[in-house]
Design a protein around this ligand. Structure first.
Ligand code: BGC
Length: 744
């Protein structure tokens, strides 16, 4: 970094220039001081680099490997695999001279209709953080930066540029921030991209609490914050909030210069923001100086194939319909088998280096199959001739592979879906085909949950999400049994979107969306309120069978523990099982979900093999965000550690005694009688004061009645006089005085 200018070597105009791009895909230009304006571009599941850097056209891009979007990769529950994907993406950035790739996006899937669910990882922040971190580690291991996005609370596309998300501090800390927090603390992404929306009335781009107090001061973020494309409405406010880089440029550097001159931007703030940009360029320079570097296209395609294999979730497999037996006569039905839906639309649209459909893949294997498209991917009414052709193919087959899903126009960045249903004409084809041949295995392609009211007519269902460019080959591997499915749902499947906890507040109105469900998002709601779901979070079948046994939990510190468990493959095929650890709190002072995911381990096993794994639980595993403490808080008590293979399939429940963190809420006249009674310091003082006063008065101050105590519990001390008259006032005065002395 030594031969780089420092911010002190720059003029005011040059500092301002660094805080905005040169064109839609380049950093700010201060060429006079030897600072290159490196390219930064999308992301997130492969490199989308425009052929023309001046252009905002998302469709004209250089070829790059299209890995499975996050909706699939999250189901791998395999951070090491995700890291390999990140490494490959980093190598492609080096070849294409891209200093920062814009991803991963770790916003929570608050509602399955969200238009970017395909780009996001999970409804659960622990899973989102612990899988997406692999992208950051992998890319950055190659000397290229990532941009963790969209910070924060971009959970819908409707009105995304203006909407204000009203979120409680607790839901923010427990649901919407932890994936960002974990990745920042463990992998230091070089950049963070702010979201378009407002949070509680403040644009993320201008939110100093978010960008400076939380991100930098609390979490220790060392990199730069950039805007989402066009997210800034007030550059001065944004810079003061802690935003280093405006993208794309709005040619308003003069505003920054003027504000710096008249003191609206403190000199130290501008220096800090500009220095961050210089540091970013310096970090990227070694990788950006590797002229002529070329990545291995085939090796990356192979990484994409493996990622696709582990993205698939086998939902149902009656009569061992899958894998398809060797020599079986197969009918392949559905346009998706020929025209794969392999990625989502919008800024993440990758121009793949190659593309294998399922039909290509089986042809390559020399497998004969009868193909019928079944339906078209447009909105045209069903053509009866296509149905008939599909039925004929089905009648002549032993097994039908029926490819259903969402056509590309149904989900994209920029808008939310309005229904969970797949097009009705596809269900019509399923009905006709299943009537002709009940041995139907449905292969689904979709970026977010679709309803499955028709699942009774399918013997097997393989949810493949969107599989990236090597999806056809990966599918053939799984369908013919060369690979065993091992994906587990990262998102609960429901059939009726009105069952979603956010349904009443989706997608908001008149510029505001209330996150009224609080922390009860996804399975946290379904499991706590015992709602029926179609397939639960964490669920997924395998061709292998497993025994999860001998789970134990041991305390490792006052508020930490570790779980050890053994997994045995009880079948004669290799496979992988993902052990999930949920923590269930004892009765708490606040409403807590019945359990929450706090650890997992994916265990690959040969037939008959056993392995033990140990999963650590840190103090965050037991904590909730207390709005009264404005901090994390662990209450002491016996927590239940649940070891299972989905949120609804818990195999062992183990108790562990966790110590209280000792945080004490100061009591005062506004504290209720009940809070005094329950407080370890307040209770004895209260007793003492009541005894003293009772002795003096010659009668109990509080009538000896359980009902009266129940009644008083909810009353602040200062209101006791309403019931107890003057004695109430005296209790309040004596108590607060005694407490002040005891805690001084
Ligand atoms: C998207 C970002 C993306 C950016 C640049 C925005 O519209 O929200 O995710 O990185 O465009 O393409």
């Amino acid at each position: 970094m030594s031969d780089y200018p420092s911010v002190n070597d720059l003029t005011l105009e040059e500092k301002a220039a660094l805080t905005s791009g040169t064109n839609p895909w380049s950093l700010g230009n201060v060429a006079a001081k030897g600072l290159p304006n490196y390219t930064i571009t999308d992301g997130p599941h492969g490199l989308r680099k425009a052929r023309n850097t001046e252009s905002m056209d998302v469709e004209e891009n250089v070829p790059a490997t299209c890995f499975p979007p996050a909706a699939g990769m999250a189901c791998s529950w395999n951070p090491e695999l995700v890291e390999r994907v990140g490494e490959a993406m980093g190598e492609e950035c080096i070849q294409e001279q891209v200093a920062v790739i814009l991803g991963p996006g770790v916003n929570i899937k608050r509602n399955p209709l969200g238009g970017r669910c395909f780009e996001y990882w999970s409804e659960d922040p622990y899973l989102a953080g612990h899988t997406a971190v692999g992208i950051v580690k992998g890319v950055q291991s190659k000397g290229v930066g990532t941009s963790l996005k969209h910070f924060a609370a971009n959970n819908q596309e409707t009105d995304r540029l203006r909407i204000s998300a009203t979120i409680s501090p607790r839901a923010m800390r427990e649901i919407y921030l932890p994936a960002f927090e974990y990745i920042v603390k463990t992998a230091q992404p070089w950049t963070v991209m702010c979201s378009y929306n407002k949070i509680n009335g403040v644009f993320s781009s201008q939110n100093r609490w978010l960008l400076t107090d939380v991100l930098r001061c609390e979490w220790g973020f060392k990199g730069i914050v950039m805007s989402d494309w066009g997210a800034i409405s007030d550059r001065v406010a944004a810079l003061n909030a802690g935003l280093n880089l405006e993208m794309p440029p709005s040619n308003t550097d003069n505003q920054i210069v003027a504000a710096a001159k008249d003191g609206r931007i403190p000199a130290t703030q501008l220096d800090e923001m500009a220095q961050g940009m210089i540091d970013l360029v310096a970090k990227a320079r070694p990788a950006m100086s590797r002229d002529g570097y070329q990545y291995d296209v085939d090796a990356h395609n192979e990484v994409a194939r493996q990622a696709a294999v582990e993205s698939m979730v086998l939902l149902k497999n009656e009569d061992a319909t899958l894998p398809v037996a060797k020599g079986a006569k197969i009918a392949v039905i559905g346009e998706f088998a020929r025209t794969p839906r392999y990625q989502g639309a919008g800024s993440s649209l990758i121009n793949p280096t190659k593309l294998t459909s399922f039909l290509d893949a089986i042809e390559e294997r020399g497998v004969a199959a009868d193909f019928a498209p079944g339906f078209t991917l447009d909105d045209a009414a069903q053509d009866p001739a296509l149905t008939e052709q599909a039925v004929t193919a089905a009648q002549q087959a032993d097994v039908v592979l029926l490819f259903l899903g969402l056509p590309a126009a149904y989900e994209s960045e920029g808008f939310d879906r309005t229904t969970l249903d797949i097009p009705a004409k596809q269900v019509e084809v399923l009905d006709a085909v299943a009537a002709a041949n009940p041995n139907v295995a449905v292969v689904l392609s979709n970026g977010s949950v679709v309803s499955l009211p028709w699942q009774g007519r399918a013997k097997a269902i393989l949810e493949t999400w969107l599989l990236g460019q090597a999806g056809g080959a990966a599918l053939a591997d799984v369908i013919f049994g060369d690979e065993t499915p091992s994906g587990k749902l990262a998102q609960t499947i429901i059939d009726d979107v009105n069952d979603d906890p956010s349904a009443m507040n989706w997608p908001g109105e008149e510029g505001r969306v209330d996150y009224g469900e609080g922390v009860f998002v996804g399975y946290r709601y379904y499991d706590t309120f015992r709602k029926q779901v179609t397939y639960p979070f964490g669920y997924g079948l395998s061709y292998a069978t497993f025994d999860v046994h001998d789970a134990t939990v041991a305390k490792t510190g006052p508020r930490t523990a570790e779980v050890t468990v053994t997994v045995t493959n009880t079948s004669d095929v290799a496979g992988a099982e993902t052990v999930q650890v949920y923590v269930a709190p004892p009765k708490a002072k606040v409403a807590r979900p019945v359990h929450e995911l706090k650890g997992f381990a994916k265990v690959a096993l040969e037939p008959g093999e056993s392995k033990s794994v140990t999963i650590a639980l840190d103090d965050r595993a037991f904590a909730y965000w207390s709005e009264r403490f404005d901090d994390w808080h662990v209450e002491g008590g016996t927590y239940t550690v649940e070891v299972g293979v989905s949120s609804r399939d818990i195999i062992s429940r183990l108790g562990v005694e966790i110590d209280d963190d000792g945080k004490i809420m100061n009591l005062d006249e506004w504290s209720t009688f009940g809070e005094w009674l329950d407080d370890p310091i307040g209770a004895p003082i209260l007793q003492h004061v009541l005894d003293d006063m009772g002795r003096e008065a010659g009668r109990p101050i509080i009538p000896d009645s359980a009902l009266m105590v129940m009644f008083l519990r909810s009353m602040p001390l200062r209101s006791l006089s309403v019931i107890l008259g003057e004695a109430g006032e005296q209790v309040a005065a004596n108590l607060t005085e005694a407490y002040r002395k005891a805690t001084a």
